[in-house]
Ligand binder design. Structure first.
Ligand code: BTN
Length: 292
């Protein structure tokens, strides 16, 4: 694996000791940096790290990589491939740094190891007249021990340290990731869509043929994961045999759906929300398979 001792020369790097969220920082401040070259905003800790679907991203100092890449893409580029390109880059960077193989991509942009989540990606796009300012936020669990994760995440999250026993220099991962990510962004810009979809398809192979619940907007659809279509959409075989293609949404566990239904039911009955203990729904599918 190639060694990356520096950040790419074309990248402006903004290092923060702390911020709310690197994605929000870029969104609020990008005009200050607005030029044609890309920016990386990285923070040692985040006090309000954001996840997808309104979730939070636990971001203590020294434990993880919290980075957002900001750059312009021309209108017309397949934006739905950007999360896939980011996910592929994370897998390549982590494999290069640690030698670990066996990471999987849970469409569209979670990276799993042994069914547990090691990385989450949050893409925020700002459409301008002729171009799009893309913010690709990446959170990677690097140096946590199991006990460092919040209790409710302990059996769903994993870090590189818990896999290899080693501690990682966060900046080294950032440097490797920056090089690899922008090489995939270049592929995206130059129409290398097929290469991105194929690489993402290979990383999603572990889910193929598995029953999944798919959540989009208010709608939940169950079916069997059939892989990715030619332009990066998720292929789902519904129970009636219909094949559906999705370009946004999230694969979720039955467990999480049940947890939500349970909370909604309690809410309707006038109870205040209480944390759901693990095992409460133990008859159902094991969420460790999915890491969501
Ligand atoms: C998810 O899996 O829900 C996405 C998590 C994304 C977390 C990263 S950490 C850096 C960037 N800043 C944020 O506030 N979120 C992203």
């Amino acid at each position: 694996m190639k060694k990356y001792n520096e950040y790419p020369g074309f990248l402006e790097v903004v290092k923060l000791a702390s911020c709310g969220s690197t994605n929000d920082y870029l969104r609020e401040n990008y005009r200050r940096y607005e030029r044609d070259f890309p920016i990386l905003v990285t923070a040692s800790r985040q006090s309000a790290g954001r996840g997808r679907a309104g979730r939070t991203w636990d971001s203590p100092a020294g434990m993880g990589l919290y980075s957002s890449f900001g750059f312009f893409l021309p209108v017309g580029v397949s934006l739905n491939l950007l999360p896939l390109a980011a996910g592929i880059s994370v897998v390549e960077a982590l494999a290069g740094i640690s030698g670990v193989r066996g990471f999987g991509l849970k469409w569209p942009n979670d990276i799993l190891y042994s069914g547990r989540k090691i990385c989450g990606i949050l893409v925020d796009n700002m459409v301008q007249k002729e171009r799009i300012f893309c913010i690709t936020g990446i959170g990677i669990n690097l140096n946590q021990q199991a006990v460092d994760f919040p209790r409710e995440l302990r059996d769903r999250a994993i870090s590189l340290k818990t896999i290899t026993g080693k501690t990682y220099e966060i900046e080294a991962v950032n440097k490797a990731l920056s090089h690899i990510f922008f090489s995939w962004v270049e592929k995206l810009k130059s129409g290398g869509n097929k290469e991105i979809v194929e690489a993402a398809g290979r990383l999603s192979e572990f889910l193929k043929g598995r029953p999944i619940a798919f959540h989009r907007g208010d709608k939940i659809t169950e079916g069997v994961f059939k892989g990715l279509n030619h332009d990066g959409g998720l292929l789902l075989a519904a129970p009636n045999g219909d094949k559906k293609i999705y370009y946004s949404g999230e694969i979720v566990t039955k467990l999480r759906l049940l947890r939500r239904e349970e909370l909604e039911r309690k809410h309707r009955q006038g109870y205040t929300e209480k944390p759901v203990e693990k095992g409460e729904f133990s008859d159902f599918e094991d969420e460790q398979l999915w890491g969501d």
